[in-house]
Design a protein around this ligand. Sequence first.
Ligand code: F6P
Ligand code: MG
Length: 443
Amino acid sequence: LAEQVKEVWTSDDGSMAKDTASNRWPKIVQGMVDDVAETAATSVDRAQREEALSVQASLKEIKDELLQNRVLRPLPSDGRNDIPGYNERLEQLGGKCTWQGCPWLFGECYLYRRVHTIFALTNHWRDYDIFKRQKDSTFAKSCVAVEELSARYMQVIANSKLPEDTTNEEARKLLFVEMTEVALWGNATDLSLLSNLSLDQIQGLQGREAIAKSQRNIVDNDTDAVWQYLSNPLRSNRRIDIVLDNAGFEFFTDVIYAAYLLESGLASVIVFHVKDFPWFVSDVIPSDVESLFQHLESASIFSNRTYIDKLVPRLRAHFDSGAMSIKQHSFWTTAYSFHQMDALALGLFKSLQSSSLVIFKGDLNYRKLTKDGLWPHTTPFIDAIGSMGAGSGIKVLALRTNKSDTCVGLESQERVDALNEEAPHGAWIRNGKYAVVSFSDGE
Ligand code: F6P
Ligand code: MG
């Protein structure tokens, strides 16, 4: 099955891939040029200011190549061992694929990897996070939702003493549903989609009430099956892995979710998987963890700190005790789909096999799980995830708002037809207002 599915290309008419390659990538790269200029303008380090000029020139080169639809050229070596893999794939594609004529997943990973080579090969910009400014400003805009969620957590979750309250099964389940949705819709605010959303819309999406209303927009919803699995008292392994997506508000919701999983006894350890370097604009890199706490502790962002002040030490304690930790692996910033993880990153694959549940956050992880394939929408999720699916032993849970061209796991063609009517021209697969909670038990 997986060998036959067609991957979406940036040349596919009417696809999100095509729109992204022609309209959004040039803007994202221009944003990088502007960011470097802004940082250089206030830098006190003369050598850094001077080097900014060549960084900007290299970024502009990418933008020109994008606008002129040039061929993707081989990446220069920058000391990391993933470069040959990128260049081999370019060769496999005949050495001729262009920005607007390449597999979307490969081309987009190549873009962020190419940008990283530019920074990695400098003296003064090596560790610079080109997206930090954008991540920071977006977090500040989500302050209302952060206050609301903190209050909710401290009032309800932290006071409920649920692990001992085994008599109230239904209440435990409802809390699980709510917390899972918090982590799910936290993904709706992917920064690379933000240009299309007003501040009101962002806050609306994030607000708890919107979360409640949005349940009907979950087009494949396996929450019940996940609950059955997780709440089984006989389950002995309690490590849960979360393959993170975006920093800022989404990461805040992930940490809240993780705290809930720990405090309710559903997990004893949470491992967060982060990226090695700036990736797809807003993805979490190691420094974003401390950034989150700095934001939460900042005196200026919030108008009401009552609950945040109680919550933050609690979250910090989970990191300090090691109950929550972060982990890096170079595979996450390759262009490979997860169908190739067992062949190319066996150690990582095995470590996921030894987890009790692996939660994949967000759209890009979902594209990699499903090989960015144009599967019939009624394809069972377990079939679309290749070697991560049946027989892998890996419990996979995807929490993803739909922001690309791929969506599987729908119960029937009737449901697909109804969605096509309700949100025509693929809007339900792309506009971030619909989502999936898809589970594979790996058996
Ligand atoms: O087009 C939307 C997009 O930029 C895709 O390129 C990518 O899959 C996605 O957003 C990133 O979203 P997320 O942060 O949810 O992975
Ligand atoms: Mg992302």
